[in-house]
Design a protein around this ligand. Structure first.
Ligand code: ADP
Length: 405
């Protein structure tokens, strides 16, 4: 690869842009009392640890598109108004209950991500056990935007069985609490529990669920997820498989993403790393198809395909320079599965299939109809394996301060 291309990569990996370049978002609520956000995003469950990995998430510079940005800002404002109308109550099983933070009794932390922590919570008024994602309102516009985007997408995706269901939200001066259906755990943590490959039949069902969820997002809401990875795929002991975390999802304009936003380097498609015109991103949903392919290789082999890389930069360089990962022939995967993964990991995004084409693939067709006991498998794994050690080091403090307000 020539020098010029290296230069392009370096520019794209440079730190966050100047504030003036970012999307403006102001939460019209009282001052944030929460101070700056804790280091949760840095200590989020890692899918694979590089010896000295600089950052899990990349904040790619946002290009200056004043028009796109002002439209985006207006949309964010509108979103906020809509969401504010829906806060302060939870709607569970068709019933609407007024709710405030003191109605939420924490039963422990179950995860953490880029925007905050997720807790298992008992809703005092009804006894329902649910998941609550707490996001601090730091005043950081990018984070606020993620909070709103996540809420907006889950609230409107109530009719998709492959997307995590939201019961509502509670907004305080310092935090946003998003109440969701409680799932068992994510595919990332399952992989860590098993310390080996996840069976093809489970991944077959997972593929059907995730492709369906992504297609739903695109067709129904014109949204691209942009952060498809094992930690955003949730499973439970009923055998359900659902997509979560829409914090960095983006609206599609003419089926293309017009903003860059953040993303997880490890799963990022080549066309997002090295776009033809870096000042004008216009990748489409096929970027998520690539991320799904990387996730499938990781879960099917039990190993992240770029695991030997020391930095995100090294991963990105390999994604651009090397042949795409594939399922090893030695592991006896079906030809269908191998071919499906190969299609997802087509380096040239113009040749990579979109969802409708993927849904016609024999791998998906097979798993759409095949009966697989995902529930039994999930329960057996949870019973026979130990929970991976949490990377959180302040969860006790979090628990005390959070729910005793
Ligand atoms: P963030 O938006 O901050 O990145 P996520 O939504 O990705 O947070 O959640 C972080 C982790 O919390 C997930 O990887 C998963 O392990 C756990 N989690 C999230 N939502 C749920 C849920 N509804 N039920 C069970 N676990 C969940």
């Amino acid at each position: 690869m020539g020098k010029q291309r290296w230069c392009v990569i370096v520019i794209q990996l440079s730190p966050a842009p100047a504030p003036s370049q970012r999307a403006a978002l102001q939460l019209p609520l009282a001052n944030d009392g929460g101070g700056s956000r804790s280091s949760s995003s840095e200590s989020s469950p890692q899918h694979h640890t590089y010896p000295s990995r600089p950052r899990h998430m990349l904040n790619l510079p946002t290009p200056q598109y004043s028009l796109v940005k002002s439209v985006e800002n207006a949309e964010i404002d509108q979103k906020l108004q809509e969401i504010m109308k829906q806060t302060g109550y939870l709607k569970i099983d068709g019933q609407r209950y007024p709710a405030e933070v003191s109605d939420l009794i924490s039963e422990g932390e179950i995860g953490s991500g880029t925007c905050g922590q997720v807790f298992k919570v008992r809703f005092k008024k009804t006894g329902h056990v649910i998941a609550v994602k707490q996001m601090r309102r730091t005043g950081n516009k990018d984070e606020n935007k993620r909070i709103l985007m996540d809420l907006d997408v889950v609230l409107k995706s109530h009719d998709c069985p492959y997307i995590i269901q939201c019961y509502g939200a509670i907004v305080t001066n310092t935090d946003v609490f998003i109440a969701m259906e409680l799932m068992g755990t994510c595919a990332e943590k399952l992989k860590k529990r098993i310390q080996g490959p996840i069976p093809e039949r489970i991944l077959g069902k997972m593929t059907v669920a995730i492709v369906s969820a992504l297609l739903y997002l695109k067709e129904k809401h014109g949204v691209i997820h942009r952060d498809v990875k094992p930690s955003n795929i949730l499973l439970d002991n009923k055998g359900q498989i659902k997509l979560c975390d829409f914090g960095i999802s983006g609206r599609l304009v003419d089926s293309k993403a017009k903003t860059r936003s953040a993303g997880c380097a490890a799963y990022m498609a080549p066309e997002r790393i090295d776009p033809p015109d870096p000042s004008k991103p216009d990748y489409d949903i096929r970027a998520d198809v690539w991320s799904l392919g990387i996730s499938l290789v990781e879960l099917a082999t039990g190993q992240f395909p770029y695991k030997n890389c020391k930095t995100d930069f090294e991963v990105l360089t390999k994604v651009l320079q090397e042949d795409p990962p594939s399922l090893p022939l030695s592991m006896d995967f079906s030809l269908d599965f191998q071919s499906f993964v190969k299609d997802c990991l087509t380096k040239d995004h113009r040749k990579r299939p979109k969802y409708h084409k993927l849904l016609e693939h024999s791998f998906i067709r097979r798993y759409e109809v095949l009966v697989v006991d995902v529930a039994g498998w999930f329960q057996a794994v949870m019973e026979r394996t130990e929970s991976p050690r949490s990377s959180q080091c302040y969860s006790q403090h979090q628990l005390h301060s959070l729910f005793s307000r």
